[in-house]
Design a protein around this ligand. Structure first.
Ligand code: PMP
Length: 407
């Protein structure tokens, strides 16, 4: 049985509005997904009935808030199949999760002459922290090249690997093109030279089953807001032995066992990496997003999104002047394109006038755009609540815009 699209759309209040007098078609899901009512209710409910600081309180509200907070950690453990919930750390987002690894792992385990490998497909948040670290430590950043379809060249990656490689940090699914990287192979090859692997799961987490034990990654970073959850909340998964070997990220309350002016001892994981009052309300509400995804199942979601992508390609490829960007064999539901000689921003503005929300520009992947010889693209990215009739509206809109241009 397929997705019951109207039932699902009914769960997302934001979808039911008009933009510039047209029904909203929301195709900016790779930037952030919309939130089901259950997430909004959970947030409201937390602040209305349970609001309290967690872990230390000796009262009923603190107990409840702590329990719900830790229940989300357990739900994430199951969602990514971590061995234990202590391997799940809360952060502000993918960006902070990557910076945490660069800062804490990097401080201890990356030194002068060491090498870090990323790919051409990376988002700026998986480039800049490593450049900063390399500059500080005298280490070198190496980049896996891609082909014109937007796929990493695995044989070139193998040639970059050496005993100097300490970390490979690679995106699981590209936000700009949708390419799914062959991460299992990447991880196995990196481990063979003794390197650790961080997966940027910001995009893959909502489309693919991400099983950290099966993949055997050392770290996985993702954001709640791209998985139907709240903004300002992210996750860093790390293997226990790796997290335990790392120094803390930030100092403060909660991350300590005992503090004296002479010496401080640190708390066990995950708390060692969670200094200060965390984003309690959003963590608690995020569980409702995970419940929503689990109730449908990733297989059903993926099949629906794949069909949307296939249909979009079918319709748009009939439009004169349509240039797809990123034609990898394995993709999540991201369609990047340009229209002959038109600036992506102009296309985005014209689609917006039709109520269609897309993203335009470099998508925080400037080096990738440079490699492709482009200033940017128009990106339509699909989620579980999108429908085939919305794809038809996109195709009509693009076709109208291309006709104006071709006149
Ligand atoms: N990596 C990828 C692949 C992304 O798509 C994004 C968000 N666009 C990020 C990292 C950064 O995520 P956040 O802004 O939520 O920290």
């Amino acid at each position: 049985m397929g997705i019951e699209i109207e039932k699902i759309r009914g769960l997302f209040p934001v979808l039911h509005q008009e933009v510039h007098g047209k029904p909203l078609v929301y195709f900016d899901n790779a930037a952030t997904t919309q939130k089901p009512q259950a997430v909004l209710d959970a947030l409201n409910n937390y602040y209305s009935t349970d609001n309290s600081n967690i872990h230390r309180g000796a009262h009923a509200l603190a107990d409840r808030a702590t329990r719900y907070f830790e229940e989300t950690r357990e739900a994430i453990q199951l969602f990514i199949n971590a061995r234990e919930s202590a391997e799940v750390l809360f952060t502000k987002g993918t960006t902070e999760s990557i910076n945490l690894v660069a800062s804490a792992f990097g401080r201890k385990f990356i030194g002068s002459g060491d090498e870090i490998i990323i790919s051409t497909l990376e988002h700026h948040s998986n480039i800049v922290p490593w450049q900063m670290l390399c500059e500080e430590k005298g280490a070198t950043l190496k980049v896996i090249p891609i082909n014109d379809a937007g796929e990493v060249l695995f044989d070139k990656f193998e040639k970059l690997l050496s005993p100097k490689t300490k970390l490979v940090s690679i995106v699981h699914a590209s936000n700009a093109l949708g390419t799914i990287n062959p991460v299992k192979k990447v991880i196995a090859a990196a481990h063979a030279v003794g390197a650790k692997v961080l997966l940027d799961g910001a995009q893959s987490i909502s489309h693919l089953t991400v099983d950290v034990q099966e993949l055997d990654c050392d770290f996985l970073a993702f954001s709640a807001h791209k998985l139907y959850g709240p903004t300002g909340l992210g996750v860093l998964y790390g293997k226990r032995e790796v997290l335990e070997a790392m120094p803390p990220y930030q100092g403060g309350g909660e991350m300590i066992k005992e503090v004296t002016f002479e010496k401080t001892t640190y708390n066990d994981i995950p708390f060692k990496f969670e200094a200060g009052t965390p984003n309690i309300g959003d963590v608690i509400a995020f569980k409702a997003a995970l419940d929503f995804v689990n109730a449908l199942g990733k297989d059903l979601i993926r099949a629906h999104e794949d069909e949307l992508l296939r249909y979009a390609n079918e319709l748009l490829s009939q439009v004169k002047g349509f240039i797809p960007v990123g034609t990898a064999a394995e993709k999540v539901s991201v369609l990047s394109f340009n229209i002959n000689a038109m600036h992506p921003y102009d296309v985005g503005m014209m689609l917006d006038a039709n109520g269609i929300a897309v993203r335009t520009g470099h998508h925080c992947t400037q080096p990738l755009m440079k490699r492709l010889g482009l200033e940017g693209t128009v990106r339509a990215s699909f989620a579980v609540y999108n429908s085939k009739s919305e794809i038809e509206k996109l195709a009509e809109g693009v076709s109208r815009i291309a006709r104006i241009k071709n006149k």
